[in-house]
Design a binder for this molecule. Structure first.
Ligand code: LMR
Length: 334
């Protein structure tokens, strides 16, 4: 009996140490794995490294942050599951990748909802935006912060300007039902695909086009296998930094405080560099002479907006009319 109790105790202790990894002595730092899918020289890649630097400075010898870029540890398909299993402690997926956990967050995917990245950031800071950070707690996920990348643009392997030109083309999308409907509304077909597979998908012609920010297009070399990038500014690519709620809530108070402070500072840093990294990448793409970068006229933009109207009607119930209205109000601000 005693033996049974002892082994049960050992098993529980082992579970606590291996699952949550912070029961070690003062000499053994808590290892915090942070995994993401983009390159290091991007707004998210650089902010992840900044978080590591700040956290280790604030908690010397107490934490070790290991950053894994470019889907090296987990790609899109696995990272949320891995977080819930505590195989990784922090991830920062794009807002389009939480589709399975909450419908409300799809508000960020509605086409042409935000007039620019500032409007999206303003909504994120609002009461409704902040509430979305907490909207997945019942699924075991806590949002610590929003991080920015920037506005997205369409690219394809042909010359195009308006929806009529992309009719019948196949586009890679993130795992978002709103995007699936969006692509249908412009006459294309959509294929959900992990970020790490997009370059090859474009190169081999499995898909004809994709939509992303300049920083992702440049760092993944999509411009080398695409003909035209049209500056549609049709949606925001931002991120939610999320942690496993059980892991986070069981951290010692000083560790939680240090990590929260490091996150707040890394978030400020991320917000400062987002626009700059995208501007730099745009210039590098133009200078490369590979894909042609074209601006869109007001009349062409009106064609895009007209085409996507049914997407709003389709998702209004899932997302909530009030939430959509609240998000839209930030684009009306001067
Ligand atoms: C994508 O899948 O296109 C993006 O979400 C990648 C990223 O994390 O920026």
């Amino acid at each position: 009996m005693f033996k049974k109790i002892t082994s049960l105790f050992t098993a529980i202790t082992f579970f606590a140490v291996t699952s949550f990894g912070f029961s070690a002595s003062a000499q053994t730092p808590i290892v915090v794995k942070l995994s993401h899918v983009v390159a290091e020289n991007t707004p998210k890649g650089l902010a992840s490294l900044k978080f590591k630097e700040l956290a280790e400075k604030k908690l010397p010898g107490k934490v070790q942050v290991q950053v894994f870029p470019s889907s090296q540890l987990f790609g899109d398909a696995k990272e949320l599951e891995a977080l819930l299993l505590n195989d990784v402690q922090i991830i920062n997926p794009s807002l389009s990748k939480f589709n399975r956990y909450t419908k409300k967050i799809s508000v960020f995917d509605l086409p042409f909802l935000f007039k620019d990245a500032k409007a999206a950031a303003s909504f994120q800071k609002s009461k409704e935006g902040q509430a979305l950070l907490k909207s997945m707690e019942d699924k075991g996920l806590i949002g610590l912060a929003y991080w920015h990348n920037g506005m997205k643009h369409f690219s394809t392997n042909k010359d195009f300007r308006v929806p009529a030109d992309v009719k019948g083309l196949k586009f890679r999308i993130q795992p978002s039902d709103v995007y699936e409907s969006f692509i249908k509304s412009i006459g294309g077909s959509a294929q959900k695909m992990a970020f790490a597979e997009v370059y090859q998908g474009l190169q081999t012609g499995v898909v004809d086009g994709q939509e992303n920010t300049f920083s992702n297009i440049y760092s993944q070399k999509f411009h080398e296998v695409q003909k035209t990038i049209v500056e549609t500014n049709h949606g925001i690519l931002d991120y939610m930094v999320v942690v496993n709620a059980k892991w986070w809530n069981s951290l010692p108070a000083d560790i939680k405080k240090g990590l929260s402070e490091a996150m707040a500072e890394a978030t400020i840093y991320n917000n400062q560099i987002g626009q700059q990294k995208n501007d730099e990448a745009r210039k590098l793409i133009v200078d490369s002479g590979k894909a042609k970068v074209v601006k869109i006229t007001d009349a062409q933009l009106a064609e895009w907006r007209k085409a996507v109207a049914p997407v709003y009607a389709q998702f209004e119930k899932d997302i909530g009319a009030d939430l959509i209205k609240a998000a839209q109000s930030h684009s009306l601000k001067k």
